[in-house]
Write a protein that binds this ligand. Structure first.
Ligand SMILES: NC(=O)c1ccc[n+]([C@@H]2O[C@H](COP(=O)([O-])OP(=O)(O)OC[C@H]3O[C@@H](n4cnc5c(N)ncnc54)[C@H](O)[C@@H]3O)[C@@H](O)[C@H]2O)c1
Length: 369
């Protein structure tokens, strides 16, 4: 078991990463739930696979209410949010009660937002059950939902009281979802540097994407890095932008293909390829300096399902990215592995070239590195 403390003054909280010890979750909950009610929201797929153990334990110890939410991105909508509000209010939730979100990023985003907005804010805890949820979505207090105008356009910063990651839950996660979470880990490898890069290389070359010892270590290092970034810049006005490494092109790929064709983490792997290409093309780094990292990205790209991507459509989608601050698009590039920079001094031709190189590698694979 490892504990990382995300220090945000009165909003500080622990991120506990356990190999398989739900007593740690009970310990965290007992601090928050005494005579008050515990409302637990589960992702439906997780519930079907794990409910018997977890729900039974919680129901025995707390004044327990459970709700199962449909699995998938369309759950992050006003319609589902409204059902959550109706349920909580019909059960007379009070400000002192506690909400627990158990599931992937969809569940923690939506339930976290319901917690932020019901009765002007109720305390909540996150139990991420996907790799992407453990290394990214559950940490940092960004909660929200999608709108027909775009993804994640409605939301609030509402930090949880704790995050509890149980690596054993990942054993039931589909292979593709593991790789999507690994996309964010590849991102961290570029941002953090050697230790994370070495571990990520070992993991992807091990042919065992369910190795608990390695997953445990990867989740700890990722959580620790994200916690440090969030501590430095809770509201994403500076350093937290680094976490968008690979995401400018990644988001544009998701948008240009139509949401759902690739998983978010898969699109991030392709976006990371474009970002390192751009780092080299714009003369911020040499390909020799980044060679190990480029190899990791291209090996990971081998796991991304093949989709027909149009470079011009991706470029067009970048221009509509909501993270643009003004007319200039910001890019996160690398000077070397573990040394990211935020810059807007790249030309459209350079961006276009970086996308074309990525498309070539996506099509032709690892033999071309
Ligand atoms: N808040 C943030 O900072 C942040 C950061 C990154 C991503 N996100 C959001 O996270 C969402 C994606 O999260 P995700 O990738 O976890 O997707 P998800 O929540 O849709 O989960 C992926 C799939 O895995 C299933 N699942 C969950 N746990 C399981 C388990 N243990 N065993 C078997 N199946 C399981 C789910 O039912 C679902 O089908 C997106 O909506 C994205 O916008 C938020």
């Amino acid at each position: 078991m490892a504990q990382i403390d995300l220090k945000l003054k009165e909003r500080s909280y622990p991120i506990v990463v356990s190999k398989n010890n739900s007593s740690q979750l009970l310990r965290l909950l007992k601090k928050e739930v005494k005579k008050n009610k515990l409302f637990v929201f589960y992702d439906a797929n997780f519930y079907a696979l794990h409910e018997r153990v977890l729900a039974k334990e919680l129901a025995e110890k707390f004044q327990y209410y459970e709700i199962v939410l449909p699995s998938c991105e369309i759950t992050k909508t006003e319609k589902e949010l409204s059902k959550i509000y109706s349920y909580l209010l019909s059960e007379n939730i009070s400000r002192t009660d506690f909400i627990l979100a158990v599931g992937g990023g969809v569940t923690t985003d939506l339930v976290g937002y319901a917690a932020a907005t019901t009765l002007r804010g109720i305390k909540w805890g996150a139990v991420p059950t996907t790799l992407l949820g453990m290394v990214d979505a559950s940490i940092g207090g960004k909660t929200g939902l999608n709108h027909k105008a775009g993804k994640n356009l409605i939301g609030a910063f509402w930090q949880p009281s704790f995050v509890f990651s149980n690596i054993r839950y990942l054993q039931t996660l589909p292979h593709r979802q593991i790789m999507a979470g690994f996309g964010e880990i590849v991102k961290y490898a570029g941002l953090i540097g050697n230790d994370m890069l070495t571990l990520a290389e070992k993991f992807i070359n091990s042919n065992d994407l369910y190795n608990e010892t390695m997953l445990h270590r990867l989740v700890i290092l990722s959580s620790d890095y994200k916690a440090k970034i969030v501590k430095a810049d809770e509201r994403e006005s500076g350093k937290r932008m680094l976490l968008n490494f690979g995401h400018t092109v990644g988001h544009a790929i998701e948008k240009s293909l139509g949401y759902g064709k690739l998983l978010h983490g898969e699109a991030v792997i392709l976006g990371l390829s474009a970002a390192v290409n751009l780092s080299v093309i714009s003369s911020n780094a040499s390909s020799k300096t980044l060679s190990r990292y480029i190899k990791l990205i291209v090996v990971s790209m081998g796991y991304v399902p093949h989709k027909k991507l149009d470079g011009d459509a991706v470029l067009k989608a970048i221009k509509g990215d909501k993270k643009r601050i003004d007319s200039k698009q910001k890019f996160i590039l690398l000077k070397r592995i573990g040394k990211p920079i935020i810059t807007d001094s790249v030309t459209q031709t350079e961006v276009s070239e970086s996308i074309n190189q990525m498309l070539y590698l996506y099509k032709h694979g690892v033999n071309n590195v």
